[in-house]
Design a binder for this molecule. Structure first.
Ligand code: NDP
Ligand code: GDR
Length: 375
């Protein structure tokens, strides 16, 4: 057996999952290549801590400029890196944004996947390179069965989900047509302190931490009734790797099997800040009012203050109201189970965002101009 380190190529390495997966694979001894997009400012914050100076010999972490919309670039990177495993995590991953940019989303999320699979074929790497596709619970959309499992029919409800539906099936087709080792991980929502700031959990933890420290006045939210099965990204990237280590390629649902509302996540976040909220009103008039404050984490808040309001701007043209996964197959076949609960994850996210908010508040107190980005 070869003793050479295994080589992985990750698209979307600068994103939430890409950063955790890169850490995980480096710890396992892999050489990790990642594709990053050219941007007008640095966009590698999530992987800067594992970056290795390319001038040093034997660097095991390497970044390449590239884009899922650029076939020749992908072919060249795969040819140069000769990966044993490709993890296709790159995507325009925001569901609401996909209604604004449907064509771009289709190009990157659907055709981008095809470009990678074709690159493997063009380069004759069908027997060498294993392929992981970041599929999604959004495929279930308007749910046909609860809980959702590998056999539940799909009903996508956004340009993002429709693009991911193409990607899902092209992976299945290339596996069946050409014998590629290619798998879909149908992942339910997973979060962390590295979650993008405009996804709902991070928007809540960051927004309420900022309000608690007097940096923002109010958090404007969309559908508070939406129900999601939230897990921790660290648990989910472990499963991405496990899926590529089996004898036969298969598709798996990755979820916790528990479901909560957006309103519940707001409540947990407030509780982490020592704040009790009461939700009042209905529909677009619903607000959350501060009814109790304990401890020193929310010095800027006052009793009776309204800190959450509904803004219909955040409603989606077609909503996915409820998602709940059944991770039974992953447990039974791979022995995978999530280790971090949603409450532990919320606590970690609030601690992270509160620390940042306190830093900003301190700067503000000392006369420095502080501007927090809002959506
Ligand atoms: P993020 O949005 O955090 O990361 C997306 C990554 O894709 C970023 O590195 C981004 O680069 C990159 N990217 C975007 N457009 C392109 C492009 N045109 N070419 C190359 N790279 C591009 O997503 P997550 O880490 O949360 O998710 C990873 C994958 O898993 C995505 O495919 C997502 O759709 C899917 N998924 C996520 C779930 C979740 O709950 N997190 C659940 C199910 C599936 P940049 O940093 O420059 O923006
Ligand atoms: P989702 O995640 O669409 O499930 O896609 P998101 O966190 O954006 O929304 C979850 C639910 O919360 C509701 N919601 C809001 N969402 C956002 N972003 N902002 C708000 O203000 C707000 N208010 C309520 C949404 O309507 C929705 O019902 C994520 C992405 O990571 C996808 O890439 C991935 O495929 C799926 O999870 C699984």
């Amino acid at each position: 057996m070869s003793t050479l380190p295994r080589v992985a190529l990750i698209t979307g390495i600068t994103g939430q999952d890409g950063s955790y997966l890169a850490e995980f694979l480096l710890e396992k001894g892999y050489i990790v290549h990642g594709i990053k997009r050219r941007a007008s400012s640095f966009n590698t914050q999530r992987v800067d801590h594992i970056y290795q100076d390319p001038h040093v010999d034997n660097a095991r972490f390497k970044l390449h400029y590239g884009d899922l919309s650029d076939t020749s670039n992908l072919v060249r990177i795969i040819q140069e890196t000769q990966p044993d495993e490709i993890y296709n995590l790159g995507a325009q991953s925001h569901v609401a944004v996909s209604f604004e940019a449907p064509e771009y989303t289709a190009d990157v999320d659907a055709i981008g996947t095809l470009r990678l699979l074709e690159a493997i074929r063009i380069l004759g790497l069908e027997k060498k390179t294993r392929f992981y596709q970041a599929s999604t619970s959004e495929l279930y959309g308007l749910v046909q069965e609860t809980p959702q499992k590998e056999t539940t029919p799909f009903y996508p409800r956004s340009p993002y989900a429709v693009a991911k539906l193409y990607a899902y099936w092209i992976v299945v087709n290339y596996r069946e047509a050409y014998g590629l080792y290619a798998c879909n991980g149908i992942l339910f929502n997973h979060e962390s302190p590295r979650r993008g700031e405009t996804f709902v959990t991070r928007k809540i933890t960051r927004g309420l931490a900022n309000i608690a420290q007097g940096l923002e006045a109010c958090l404007y939210m969309g559908n508070l009734d939406a129900l999601r099965d939230w897990g921790h990204a660290k648990d989910y990237v472990r499963m991405q790797w496990m899926m590529l280590q089996q004898d036969q390629p298969e598709d798996f649902v990755i979820a916790t099997g528990h479901q909560y509302s957006v309103r519940q996540f707001i409540d947990w976040t407030a509780a982490e800040l020592g704040v009790t909220l009461q939700f009042q009103g209905e529909g677009v008039n619903e607000v959350a009012v501060v009814t109790h404050i304990q401890g020193d984490k929310a010095p800027a808040l006052k009793l009776g203050q309204v800190i959450v309001k509904v803004d219909p701007r955040y409603f989606r043209p077609t909503e996915v109201e409820t998602l709940l996964g059944d991770p039974g197959k992953a447990k039974q076949k791979l022995g995978w189970e999530p280790e971090i609960t949603v409450q532990e994850m919320c606590s970690e996210m609030v601690a992270h965002d509160l620390e940042a908010a306190r830093r900003h508040a301190l700067l503000k107190q000392h006369g420095y101009k502080v501007q927090v980005s809002l959506e």
